[in-house]
Design a protein around this ligand. Sequence first.
Ligand SMILES: *[C@@H]1O[C@H](CO)[C@@H](O)[C@H](O)[C@H]1NC(C)=O
Ligand SMILES: *[C@@H]1O[C@H](CO)[C@@H](O)[C@H](O)[C@H]1NC(C)=O
Ligand SMILES: *[C@@H]1O[C@H](CO)[C@@H](O)[C@H](O)[C@H]1NC(C)=O
Length: 596
Amino acid sequence: MAPIRRLTRILLPAVLLTLTLYTLANLNSPFTLLPPWTTTSTPSKHPIDQLLRSADADFSALLAKQTTTLASAAAAYRKRRGRHPPPGFDQWYAFAAERNVVMVEDFWDPIYHDLEPFWGEDPAVIRGRVRDVDMRIVVRDGKAETGSDWFWTQIWLEMIRGVEKFLPDMEIALNAMDEPRVVVPWEEVEGYVKKAGKGRRVVEREKVVGEFGRREEWTYMAEGTGAVWEHEKHYWLIARRGCPPNSAARKAPVVTDFNQTPFIASSFDLAHMRGGYVANFTLSTSFCHQPDLQALQGIFVEPLSVSATASLVPIFGGSKLGVNNDILLPAPMYWNEEDRFTGAEGAGIPWADKTRSPAAVWRGVATGGRNREENWRSFQRHRFVAMNNASQLHLAEMGEPPVNFALTDPRYRLSATSKPGSLPRWLASTTDIAFTDLMCAHPDSGTSCNYTSPFFTPTDAIPMAQQFRHRILPDMDGNSFSGRYLGFLRSTSLPVKATLWREWHDARLVAWKHFVPMDSRFGDWYGILEYFAGNEELGVEGHDEAAERIAMDGREWAAKVLRREDMQVYVLRVLLEYARVVDERRDVMGWVGDLV
Ligand SMILES: *[C@@H]1O[C@H](CO)[C@@H](O)[C@H](O)[C@H]1NC(C)=O
Ligand SMILES: *[C@@H]1O[C@H](CO)[C@@H](O)[C@H](O)[C@H]1NC(C)=O
Ligand SMILES: *[C@@H]1O[C@H](CO)[C@@H](O)[C@H](O)[C@H]1NC(C)=O
């Protein structure tokens, strides 16, 4: 009985706190959250069953929007965007059709999300602001060039050269850093978007200008408007101004002391979770309703570098947070298909040939930002690795509070928590999760690190191709988005994805259909693992077929919509739109070739 009493002693305060938070945050919630003592009642359907079913329906609905002709694609464009397609749309369509692109207008939603505020700013001002950024690609007479030899710029240059002959003259500013750059205050973005909305219309065909303006006509309102670059290391202070004024992120007290166990307030996840699992993935990647993430994600605590602006500067980059106004392009490492990120030669290993145990593997570097003795407990990768460490869970069960994670949340009704000692044993046999490098703030300390070595041991890397011998591949953010995600999607293994980062492909992937979404606190991880991998010791069957189906559906879909061709078609579309939004006559410009 003693261990059970000990467990109760640990869990009871957590239960009470959690229930209080539920009550506070959830007075009108439609979700039923059963307290843990009802677990012995009749087994109900698992919440994941329902999420899998709705994902199938969501995906079918998306596919049903597919168009197959230029005219129907243009009609779908006008319906969704409220404007004519940009000049050059027919060439874009032909380029896409030649590459067998799946044509669903929604797939390009990120472009419109990113560019809409710019419709509320003067084109001459936008053109001027490009010059506030050093790293640029310039297109002149159908040729793309750059003066920068930074390897990312070179990769983007190659990507753009594949479509350069369709492009009007333009200047493209690029982000040289991992971290995104632009956070215009929410109130100002609202102003821009309102102004954009007023000008948005489908102009009468006769009034439409079908050509881009000529470079000679361009003016620059201020040659570089002197955007101010901020270097505040506590990025939360910058990021949260992108949230609405009445949002939790703007109102919550700012955490400044990261030298303690972070507060993991799961009630903030209720808006995007159902039955304890992510039901709205897009919302889960937005932090404005999740103020506790300020102490649970390295980017907010201390990124490697910060150079941010509050001005609406058009900077293109590979990933960004929901609040950033950067413009997305496919990330260079996706375009490059480096083997260390794709593990291509192992990606096709049949499900049945994968090892049974351990089901889940993860290897990575202790990134997330600049980890230090006073802040590492707030870093996401450290949290994930620690909560998969059997000996740390064993200590927690024995009554020693974990230093950087929370014990299991009662809403998951895990089998492994029903029996003392079971959770650590189950994790030890089901997962193999470790750092390969502690990224210590004292680099001369070799592979060890005086503040994190007591909790983590750097372990040999597992090449991507070999990771695919395991069924479940969790994936979480590093300094920014995780570059291996595309490789995971293209493989026969099941990606379990937690992220706050937005990428070019977001609108073409369906959570629970092509990947399994995970909350950024990782409180749902054990539940996800038990659902798919089961618990042999306790006789809990996993859902191996469901896991295989998502892995295969994701792989098949990635082979259709996440190819390099799809990246190029995206690049051409976003650059045509960008060229229009910086053009003086943008309000009347468009392609109307189908309306004759
Ligand atoms: C998901 O959340 C977003 C807000 O980020 C909202 O616009 C959307 O309607 C939600 N989707 C569903 C299916 O509830
Ligand atoms: C780790 O080493 C650094 C530099 O030598 C020192 O300042 C710090 O106090 C040490 N921390 C611990 C926990 O030993
Ligand atoms: C697991 O945690 C223990 C401390 O409880 C630590 O010594 C060990 O290095 C950790 N293992 C890994 C693989 O990080």
